[in-house]
Every structure is written in C-alpha cells, then in structure tokens.
Design a protein around this ligand. Structure first.
Ligand code: PEP
Ligand code: MG
Length: 582
C-alpha cells in the first residue's frame, strides 16, 4: 500500500480500479482476450511491433544523417530492446498463458523492466527507464489508435490516473463511470481542478511523478478532501475511507437539504452567493444548492466541448438554457476566455503558440483579434438578454483602451441588431474581470467606465506573484492568503465604493470556507462560487457577524506573510465551523 499526497481540489472519496493514462493519455485496461482470439491478438501485436520498428529505423536514419552517428545510435538501442527475444517472449507469454490483451501485456512487461532500471541506483541506467516508457507509448499508440476514444468507451467504474488532463478531456469524462481522478501535475485553480469540482468528481492534482509504479487495475482510493491517493490499500484502510466518506456525505447532505434559506450573516446582512458554471447543465446544481444566480458563466467551454466552432445559434441556445433556470436573477455571461490552457484544437493553428501562453494572446485579447467570433458571441448574448437579467463580462482586461475597444465593438453589434430588426436587450450591464494587477491598480479609473467588477483571484494571484496557477512546483507561492492579494482586493472594493458599483469575487478563493468571512470583512457583499459549495458557505456566514468579519479582515491585513494569514483564517473557521476545517 502506498500513499501519495497532492493538492485536494474536489472533495469526496472515491474507491475503484486504476485506469492509467500515460503522458499521451493511453488507456491501459486490464483486459482479457478469449482463448480463441489469442493467435489473432498475437498477430495484431506483431504487426504493431513491426510498424513501430520501421518508424524507429526511419528515425535512426534521419538522426544519423542530420546529427551524426552517435544520435542515430540512441534509436539503435531502442530497436535492440524491441527485438529482444526475452522481452517479446514475456509479452507474448502473458497473452498466450494469461489471455491478457496485448496492450496490457506489453505495458506491464515494459513497465516492469523500466522499474528494474530505475532501481539499479545508477543514474545512466535510470535514464534507460525513460526509453522503455517511450517504447511503451509508441507501441500503445499503434495498438490503441486514438487514445481519447478509449476514454469515452468506458464500461465499468474507474479511477483515472494521468500525468495531466486537459480541461477539454476533463469535461468529457463520464461522471457515472469516472469515480475520481488524480494527476501528477496541476494546481488548485487549474481549469482541470475547477472542472473536477463542477463535475463533483473527487480529485487530487499535483502529486508529482507516480504513474511509473502503477500498471492499471490496482485498487485506488482518491481522497479529494484531504489530498491523498492510496494505491493497493488494505482492507482496514478501505474501511476507514468508507466511514469518512459516509461522515462527510451525511454532513453535506444536511447542509444541502435547505436550499431555499437565504444567505445572511449572524446579524442579518444579506450576502448574495452566485454560482460559477462551465456548462449550461450546471444550472440545475446551482438551483438545487440554492445559488442566487449565475455570477460567472465560463462560455469558452462551448468551444472546448466540441470540435467545430459554435454558431450564433449554439451560443444563443446555451445562454437561453442558463437564463431559463434563473429568469429573475442576475446571469453574468463572460465572453470567451480562450487561450493559455483553454485552447481548442481548431484554434491552435490560428494562433501562434506564444512562448508563454498565459501572458500571450488569450481572453479579451484573442476576441479583439477575432472580431467575427467576438461579434457572434455578443449578438447571441444580447439576443438572450431579452429573457432575463443578463450581464456581459470581459475577461483579462489589462488596460482602459482594451475595455473601450471591446465596448465599441459591443455598440456596433447593438446597431447591427437594431438595423436587422432582431429582438435584443440594448441596455445590458457591462463589467470586467479584475484579474490582472494593472486592472486592480487602476480600479478607480475603470470604475468610471463599467457597471460592475468581478475579481478573478485565480489569475490575479498567478499574475501578481508570477506563479503559474497549474504548476505544483510553485504552489507554495501561489496563495490566496498572500498579503499582496488582500491589498489588491481592498483596493478594488475601495475604488468601487464611491460609485456603489457591485463587486464580486469569482475566483476559487471565494469557494474556500476560511476566506469567506475575510472577504465579507473586506466589504464584499456578493461572491460567485463553485455551486456545490453554496450550502457550506451559507453555514459559515450564518455563524459570523459583520463586525466579526471586519475584525478578521483587519487582523489579516496586519499580517505580512501568507502562511500567517492562512493559519489565522483556519483558526477562525475552526472556532465557528469545525466540521468544515480539513
Ligand atoms: C479567475 O481567474 O479567477 C477566474 C474566475 O477565471 P478563470 O478561472 O476561468 O480563469
Ligand atoms: Mg481568469
């Protein structure tokens, strides 16, 4: 039994057999073939092996010609391994004697060899393990074809273990069969983590390298509440997890049983809790959990879900679906936040891969460069606006000029719609995400030109602390509790005050129970959160008064390092809601 620690990103406990996706997302199921099919399967394996050998020979030739003999020799060594009679005999033996599928057999044998190399204690030989993993990948590519197809053809419940999952892969996971997942990379606010929360799949990310030790088929526990992954747990451990799973479930069930109770502090101040969504279907969860509306609809997932570009009608139908669930409440539609880690395949060819995508052509910058796409979306939002209280929000605005440009396009779209005699809402409020430090610092000036602010702490933290939100190597730097973040939030709230502009925090920070009293103490009266967290956050707020929250904010602002802020907030939460402290 081995226990790995990572970052807990989606609560709950899941237990099931491992399905390992390699770096290139290979499925390595422990599959059996029928006795009659053994010879056909072996022939299929030999064909795949031959194709891989031919490919390697071509690489060898190319490398020798272009780089020299010593580089070609690397591939020569690969060929030698793949033609090794003992190794091939072992793979074919597993197919013949145990009726394993060739995929599972080759993956198992190559991984066993790789582990032997890794454990020899010689750095040179340890490197050879990487060669074996590479060969495994090549063979599986041949044997499995398109790996992602495999994920969509699951037939039994699994725990997905992967080096990484992209947001679009995560969004396609079948939540009935994928009970939980764990990845080697990824941070607390990576989009993959956010999606895991939305899909309510227990998940742990940023575990570091661990897939090399797992063949697939082992029993795995993913504890998304405490950030633990256990491989091959013993009976006692499984029992312990089942008990803790039950305790959490009962507590959360109790909180969820009263969705209609308004969110108020202990002294009666109304706080609005909106839901963050990625897919229209999530409005049902928002309603069930008692959200006050939609504070952030991440529309880019319309692109990530499908292969082709959504039409105006696709946008319109998605927005109508969301509005119909909340016809009398605010629905904030964020224009496309494509780019960086949210890049659909159809776009990769159109936008040059920048050296640093997070600082490159993404979000509003991308929309302003692709005006046809931007206009299509704005038309759909304005048309849908007729059916409810819709608001438009621009993501990643860094300068006033960018905002003005976006507003100009919006007024052109309004004119077009008016000329075309199309029914639409002309007076939709317009706001911006404050998620770049420049916007937080210029909040006073922005406040003159927008109808609301929504502070996107996920990106604000990444850009303020220069720490990639998905990189576990810098996860310690990336903290909502950093004093710089608290000061920027205060600056935005202060700038909005004189004009009474509504301000929301819609980053993951506002879904974390320990930060919520602090945010209210800083002056926020509305938050946009992961919908499944609404009941817990209502419970937190029910237990604090506004003066309590202000005292918490004052003390937090007097501290100068994130670690102290974090432990102070944890201590405060422990006093009021001990069950929510993990
Ligand atoms: C944010 O950056 O805080 C945010 C809410 O947007 P996203 O997570 O989609 O970047
Ligand atoms: Mg963002």
């Amino acid at each position: 039994m081995t226990v790995r620690r990572g970052i807990a990103v989606s609560p709950g406990v899941a237990i099931g057999p491992a399905l390992v996706l390699g770096n290139k997302n290979f499925r390595i199921p422990q599959r059996f073939v029928s006795v009659d099919a053994v010879e056909t399967e072996i022939a299929r394996f030999r064909t795949a092996l031959e194709t891989v050998c031919v490919e390697i020979e071509q690489n060898q030739q190319l490398a020798t010609e272009q780089l020299g003999k010593q580089y070609g020799a690397i591939f020569g060594a690969h060929l030698q391994l793949l033609r090794d009679k003992k190794l091939l005999g072992e793979i074919e033996g597993l197919v013949r004697e145990k009726c394993f599928s060739p995929e599972f057999a080759s993956s198992r044998v190559l991984r066993q060899y790789a582990r032997v190399f890794e454990n020899l204690g010689n750095p040179y030989l340890a490197e050879r393990a990487a060669d074996l993993f590479d060969l495994e990948r090549r063979l599986l590519t041949e044997l499995l074809g398109e790996p992602r197809e495999e994920l969509s053809h699951l037939t039994e419940p699994v725990i997905v273990l992967a080096h990484n999952l992209t947001p679009s892969e995560t969004s396609k996971l079948d939540r009935n069969l994928v009970r939980g997942f764990a990845t080697e990379v990824g941070g607390r606010t990576s989009h993959t983590a956010i999606l895991a929360g939305a899909l309510e799949i227990p998940a742990v990310v940023g575990i570091g390298s661990f897939l090399g030790d797992i063949d697939g088929g082992e029993t795995v526990v993913v504890d998304g509440t405490h950030g633990e992954v256990m491989v091959d747990p013993d009976e006692a451990a499984i029992e312990r997890y089942r008990v803790s799973e039950e305790r959490i479930r009962v507590y959360v069930e109790r909180l969820r049983s009263q969705p209609d109770v308004e969110c108020r502090t202990a002294d009666g101040e109304r706080i609005r809790l909106f839901g963050n969504i990625e897919f229209p279907e999530e409005v049902d969860v928002c309603r069930q959990r008692g959200a006050d509306g939609i504070g952030l609809y991440r529309t880019e997932f319309l692109y990530l879900e499908k292969e082709s570009e959504p039409s105006e009608e696709d946008h319109f139908q998605a927005y109508r679906r969301v509005i119909s669930a909340f016809p009398d409440s605010p629905v904030v539609i964020r224009t496309l936040d494509l780019g960086a880690d949210k890049m659909p395949a159809s776009f990769r060819t159109r936008t040059a891969e920048g050296t640093n995508p997070a600082l490159g052509l993404r979000s509003i910058r991308l929309s302003l460069r692709n005006l046809a796409l931007f206009r299509t979306q704005l038309r759909a939002i304005l048309r849908a606006g007729v059916f409810g209280d819709v608001r438009i929000m621009f993501p990643l605005v860094s300068t006033l000029l960018e905002l003005r440009q976006a507003r100009m396009i919006l007024s052109e779209v309004v004119e077009d719609l008016a000329e075309g005699n199309v029914e639409f809402a002309a007076d939709v409020p317009v706001g911006i995400m404050v998620e770049v430090p420049s916007a937080a610092l210029m909040a006073k000036e922005f406040a003159e030109e927008v109808d609301f602010f929504s502070i996107g702490t996920n990106d604000l933290i990444q850009y303020t602390l220069a720490a990639d939100r998905a990189d576990q190597e810098v996860a310690a730097l990336y903290s909502s509790a950093d004093p710089s973040i608290l000061r920027l939030i205060r600056n935005v709230v202060d700038a909005a005050g004189p004009r009474q502009l509504p301000v929301t925090v819609c980053g993951q920070m506002s879904s974390d129970p320990k930060f919520v009293p602090l945010l209210v103490g800083l002056g926020l009266r509305q938050l946009s959160v992961a919908p499944q967290m609404v009941p817990e956050l209502k419970e937190v707020l029910k237990n604090v008064t506004i003066p309590d929250a202000e005292a918490i904010a004052r003390h937090a602002l007097s501290l100068d390092v994130a670690r102290d802020v974090e432990s102070f907030l944890r201590g405060e939460l422990k006093k009021t809601c001990p069950d929510l402290v993990v």
